[in-house]
Structures are given as structure tokens and as C-alpha cells.
Write a protein that binds this ligand. Structure first.
Ligand code: ADP
Ligand code: MG
Length: 153
């Protein structure tokens, strides 16, 4: 299984990593983002969303569950399932309609939606290393493998 990891010494490095992901993700993909509160998941998402062409702010979807970015090049749906009570709520909001092969879907706290959200192409783990962070990205599909190969090249 392909794995990519890197130290992220500050917030700017996390945003830059997100932008690098955006460069390989323009054809779509599902990304699970795991890690403790404050680990940098939303910061990384900001880099991805802005890297794909969004010029405004990137809000955390903590209270709205999903923040849509329908851009010229691609549609992005950024989820945060942290406050989700019952995963069946995802069924009521029509979660599967957001996922299509050419869409970028970023899911923070995917474990809260187990069984109700599609499988990822990439699983990303962010963790604290002192005041800095570390990212580990693993491929979960053949598409995810291609994405990691492109990241490494
Ligand atoms: P999460 O979505 O995982 O809860 P956030 O992205 O909201 O976390 O980030 C929480 C804080 O961590 C923010 O203040 C952000 O500036 C900071 N941060 C992000 N990446 C890094 C990093 N590589 N090193 C130090 N601080 C970081
Ligand atoms: Mg967050």
C-alpha cells in the first residue's frame, strides 16, 4: 500500500501541502481526513479548496455538515461530521448525491459516518508533533495509488 508522509512545521506548510494535493486532485477523488481536534484538517482543506481555484474564505463546516464550492474547474464538497449525532442523518440529507467520480469530496471525522459514506481514495492522518504537525497519506483505491504516485513525482 502506497504511503506518503511529511513533517509540516507550521500552518503555511499545511496550506502548501493542501495546494500540492489540489494539483493532483483536479479530476476528482474522495479524501478522508482524520486526526485530533486542532490537528490541521481544516487548514489542509483550505489549501486544497484554494488550490483548486476558490478565492474566498474557507469556513469549517462543523455546524453545517457540508460546505459546497462549485468552481469553474470542479465541484468540491467539504464535510465535517464531528457533530453528527446519528449517521442515518446522512441518508436524509442525500449524502450519496454529493459523491460522483469527478467531484472532490473531503470528509473530516469520517468515522462518524461509517457505513453511510463512500469509501475513500486517500486516507489522510494528521497528528501533533510538539507544536508542529505531521501528515500521512495512504492510498485506498487504484485511483488513490495514482494520486500518490503523482504527489511523489
Ligand atoms: P482541525 O480542523 O483538525 O480541528 P484546524 O485546521 O482548524 O484543525 O487547525 C487548528 C490550528 O492548527 C490552527 O490554528 C492552525 O493555524 C494550526 N496549524 C495548522 N497546521 C499547523 C502546523 N503544521 N503547525 C502548527 N500549527 C498548525
Ligand atoms: Mg476542522
Amino acid at each position: 500500500n502506497l504511503l506518503f508522509s511529511r513533517a509540516l512545521e507550521n500552518e503555511d506548510a499545511t496550506v502548501a501541502m493542501g495546494r500540492q494535493l489540489a494539483d493532483v486532485l483536479h479530476l476528482g477523488g474522495v479524501i478522508y481526513l482524520k486526526g485530533d481536534l486542532g490537528a490541521g484538517k481544516t487548514t489542509l482543506s483550505r489549501g486544497i479548496v484554494q488550490g483548486l481555484g476558490h478565492t474566498g474564505k474557507v469556513k469549517s463546516p462543523t455546524y453545517t455538515l457540508v460546505e459546497p464550492y462549485e468552481l469553474e474547474r470542479v465541484n468540491i464538497y467539504h464535510f465535517d461530521l464531528y457533530r453528527l449525532g446519528d449517521p442515518e442523518e446522512l441518508e436524509y440529507m442525500g449524502i450519496r448525491d454529493y459523491f460522483s467520480p469527478e467531484t472532490v469530496c473531503i470528509v473530516e471525522w469520517p468515522d462518524k459516518g461509517t457505513g453511510f459514506i463512500p469509501k475513500p481514495d486517500l486516507a489522510i492522518e494528521m497528528r501533533y508533533v510538539g507544536d508542529a504537525r505531521e501528515i500521512a497519506i495512504s492510498a485506498c483505491s487504484s485511483r488513490g495509488q495514482e494520486l500518490i504516485e503523482k504527489l511523489q513525482s
